[in-house]
Write a protein that binds this ligand. Sequence first.
Ligand SMILES: Cc1cc2nc3c(=O)[nH]c(=O)nc-3n(C[C@H](O)[C@H](O)[C@H](O)COP(=O)(O)O)c2cc1C
Length: 298
Amino acid sequence: MNKILSLAPLAGVTTLPVREFFSQHRADMTHTEMISCAGLVRDNAKTFEMLKTSEFEKPLVIQLFAPDEKILVSGALKVKNSCGNFFAFGINMACPMPKITKNFCRAALLKRPEIAFNMVKELKKLNFPVWVKIRKLEKENETLNFIEILAAAGADNICVHGRTAAQRYEGSADKKILEISAKNFPGLISASGDVKTIEDIDEYFSYGCVCVMLARGAIANPFLFEEYRGINRNSEEKIEILINFAYRAKELAGEHKALIAMKRFAGAVLKFSHGSADKRNQACMSTSLEEFIKILSG
Ligand SMILES: Cc1cc2nc3c(=O)[nH]c(=O)nc-3n(C[C@H](O)[C@H](O)[C@H](O)COP(=O)(O)O)c2cc1C
């Protein structure tokens, strides 16, 4: 597969209805939010909820996090036995939030290369592609060395987010590190960071990245995937599509989650309507989906 446009993993955002929406609007691939292997191992019902998929989804990466290979593989086996419709496992080695990294998960793994290696190597034994998501490290050669370790362990794809863990989500993403990584590891690198426009997507592909992941750019403009493929819709069409999404989200996930998803898209949605900042505020305060839709269509 070449030039894949994927929805990035986004905790609290890439739920089933949102992934289905993007699958139907030209994402080539999507990711779940990060899923706790410890939660799966403990048979936590809320964690299992996150494994629900729909027949209308495009290839799906189930992104997992764990502190070591033992918990990772135990969690992945639960996924394998209860979730039929996915294409690859993902491993989160990128999330920088201290509450989480203190348990040695996610970005903390960037400092534990031997554990990271074992995680990929052991997960590969389940016979699914393994996609790993990391952050850039402080120095260029540290990033390249870490990618090399993951590649040697058998990772099928490595997504580099061009911000260090210390940067969290601040400042600009370093696109140069993606250019260097893609040049050194042809066919292996996905790009993440500051993907907001068609030009940003093209830039990453021009470096030789096989996949570009849309994150906050897709929330700000849910039609960016389509626009990249040359589909340009007018405001009325966009609003109609988003209202249909609201009803479908309710069907799949219930009123409360549908309203949350709509509120996440609120900025983008209202940008297309004849509204003002007032209208956006009203929509964000609404307590029911019907109320939100009424404001949107008004
Ligand atoms: C609300 C939010 C939730 C995120 N959740 C995850 C996650 O679950 N797993 C992950 O690997 N990255 C996660 N990320 C990081 C994004 O996938 C992406 O790498 C990052 O936002 C950089 O891209 P951007 O600058 O285009 O937004 C999250 C980012 C945001 C803003």
